[in-house]
Design a protein around this ligand. Structure first.
Ligand code: SF4
Length: 307
């Protein structure tokens, strides 16, 4: 039986080692080694619990060069090496935001080479004939009154899918964390779309599945993991991020979780109950022939308007 002092000074898992991380919502105090081990185990449990990946999947990991996606690449590379029939490659897209992506793209190339993961790259310019900088400078962008992220987000999602399919992926893995997933459900609630579909879970249908192995991992733990295993990542954020609707929700949720530890897990549980089993009926976009819930998909509609 640990004494009260031991509980505060010794790692909750190994009873040894210097404590470097305190999981407030669970009460665990962890040394570096046990933090890394429990972090990676949680990802494996998440994949198994939700059936996110299969033993013979060809996984396209969407990598931006930030801490979340580079951490995901590290963890999935470790997991994939235990499954001989599984394959992994990284996919990265340059949105064409001047002065922002260059460093991130370099970090993605370095990490992929170090981990010996094949890397495929493309850009908005190649896929759509547009860049975010050009879009934002156009008068049509101003007329639309949309935020940069509400254009960039769907364009990037589709570009990743196109590239992943081009290279034979059976699933796309994204680095969305617990925080991101709860933010997305809340965004859906504010758009009147809550319950219309599940977020970051595998579903059958014509669309390439997109899964989020970090869905039960808080963002701050991903940051700590990246520092713990010394992953170099891009530290400055996109200049357009502060204006997004997601950013307002992120600020609110971060503050709420600090005051009420464990609230994000509880919110996810509620959202999952509401969305369970709901999948959008998909048809095929008349222009690009990609799966879509509309006659013309959102991306083709945006590209047509902006060109
Ligand atoms: Fe695109 Fe917005 Fe992300 Fe910047 S913050 S890369 S504009 S989605």
């Amino acid at each position: 039986m640990l004494t009260a002092l031991q509980q505060l000074t010794e790692c909750s898992v190994c009873g040894d080692g210097k404590i470097v991380y305190h999981r407030i919502y669970s009460g665990e105090r962890l040394c570096r080694k046990c933090f890394i081990k429990t972090f990676e185990k949680r990802v494996i449990r998440t994949i198994a619990r939700y059936g996110l990946l299969r033993k013979d999947d060809r996984i396209a990991v969407a990598v931006s060069g930030g801490k979340d996606s580079l951490s995901l690449l590290h963890v999935l590379k470790k997991i994939e090496s235990k499954f001989p029939k599984a394959e992994l490659f990284a996919v990265t897209i340059d949105e064409g935001i001047e002065g922002y992506r260059d460093e991130a793209l370099e970090l993605v190339s370095q990490t992929a080479a170090k981990l010996e993961v094949p890397l495929v790259k493309s850009s908005f310019e190649e896929i759509y004939g547009l860049t975010m900088s050009k879009i934002m400078a156009s008068s049509k962008f101003k007329q639309l009154g949309l935020t940069a992220c509400s254009i960039c987000g769907p364009l990037r999602r589709k570009a990743i899918n196109i590239l992943a399919k081009r290279f034979g992926a059976t699933v796309v893995a994204t680095a969305h964390t617990l925080d991101d997933i709860v933010q997305t459900y809340l965004l859906k609630a504010f758009r009147g779309e809550l319950g219309s579909s599940e977020v970051g879970l595998r579903s059958d249908g014509p669309a390439l599945p997109r899964v989020a192995p970090f869905r039960l991992t808080p963002e701050r733990e991903v940051v700590f993991y990246a520092y713990s295993i010394k992953i170099p990542f891009q530290t400055y954020i996109c200049p357009n991020a502060p204006n997004s609707m997601r950013n307002s929700i992120r600020k609110f949720l971060t503050e709420f979780e600090e005051k009420h530890p464990g609230a994000l897990f509880a919110a996810l549980k509620s959202f999952e109950k509401i969305a369970k089993g709901n999948t959008k009926t998909l048809r095929f976009c008349k222009i690009c022939e990609e799966p879509s819930s509309r006659e013309i998909c959102r991306v083709c509609e945006l590209v047509q308007t902006l060109k």
